[in-house]
Design a protein around this ligand. Sequence first.
Ligand code: GDP
Length: 328
Amino acid sequence: MSDGAKSQRRAFVTGIGGQDGSYLAELLLAQGCEVHGLVRSLPSPLSSASTRPPYVPEAVRLHVGDVTDHDATRALLAEIAPREVYHLAAMSSVARSWAEPELAREVNADAAIALLEAVAEMDAVGHDIRFVQASSAEIFGAPSVSPQDESTPIAPTNPYGEAKAAAHLAVGEARAQGVHASSLVLYNHESPRRPLAFVTRKITRGVAAIARGEASELVLGNLDARRDWGWAPDYVDALVRAAGAESADDYVIATGVGHSVREFVAAAFAAAGIDDWEHLVRVDPEFFRPVDATELVGDASRARQALGWAPTVAFTDVVARMVAADLG
Ligand code: GDP
């Protein structure tokens, strides 16, 4: 390896196949960073371009593995010897975590804690790594204060949030021991790459189908649930800023503005040119959660001040961009 290659900025991203991983890879590559990504599997034994996860740029070096295999991940980390580690791999759906709580713990908590330990071991032998955890607003559960910030009590109300909370606290512990580890409490962030399991994409895909005359109704759960929905590429920008900051910390990353699912639906129909939409939406209890956080809105003042971060895309534009992509 030449000296030039050695000094190359290198990042290791778990969960690179997801919405955030693909945007993060694009941003890091644009900054001249060499990007290594962990994917659970490639659909074909031949890792040709066509079998890569969708949206992951060609230049990313993919490694196949599972974050729940702690020894393999530790060995991979030592082999890549990155300067930055972004831990995005997670069971990303709250709804699924109710069905598989043990898996949620293994993936969202235990794997993060093991990876942090591996980072700390490398730190101890002089290889400094900057670790960034993709945490979640769900660590706050059903908070009595709004908006939430870094001082809001951690009190999750579902298995997803519980596991993310354990990882978040482990990041704080590692930081106390000198590791450059930051946990970014990401509020909901959306894009055309959002999987259909999330309400936003389900809505924009459904509205596009109705607008094209391919569907006659959209079936949803709790329309009164409120979320702080931002633009996913803004949120990965925050991850990179945290890694680059002189000192590590925890940061709430959010727009600070909450909207109901109903408002999202209205904005999506409006973006598709449909004003009279009430009769096109049916509420089915099947899609209700056992417990649902009713108001999750974040105050990103610390990130604004320390990282110079601010959201760049307003709610109606997030919705409009997603609807436009689904209309094709
Ligand atoms: P989450 O915040 O990570 O759980 O993201 P989701 O997009 O899955 O859910 C956001 C909110 O939308 C939750 O409060 C759900 O209860 C509510 N919601 C209402 N209808 C639906 C639906 O049909 N699917 C999903 N996933 N969520 C729904």
